[in-house]
Design a protein around this ligand. Sequence first.
Ligand SMILES: [Zn+2]
Ligand SMILES: [Zn+2]
Length: 115
Amino acid sequence: MKCFRHRESDALGICKNCSKGLCSECAIDLKDGIACKDTCREKVERINAMISSAATKGRHLVLALVYCTMGIAFVFVGWGNSSQGPVAYVFSIPGAIFFAAGLYYLLAPKFASKN
Ligand SMILES: [Zn+2]
Ligand SMILES: [Zn+2]
């Protein structure tokens, strides 16, 4: 494959935005792929930023669900054993901490996007 601008130069790869062949002179390396130096660079950077922020949100949601579920499970075990005194506290306290961590992960991305 040849560069779309320089017919005599071999292409290093293709632009992530417009899929044209690019030589070392025309391409800019954006870690996560290459793009046309002047025309597509901003677009590809924006796309990469969007993808990584979506991935972060997805991870946060999974963590939030895991922590909330664990928190609720611990609290239920604690309540179930509340007649046995201290056991209830032993389970309820980490349960509350897990639940709080879950809520944090659920709400943190919203706080972050406001700023
Ligand atoms: Zn391009
Ligand atoms: Zn070129």
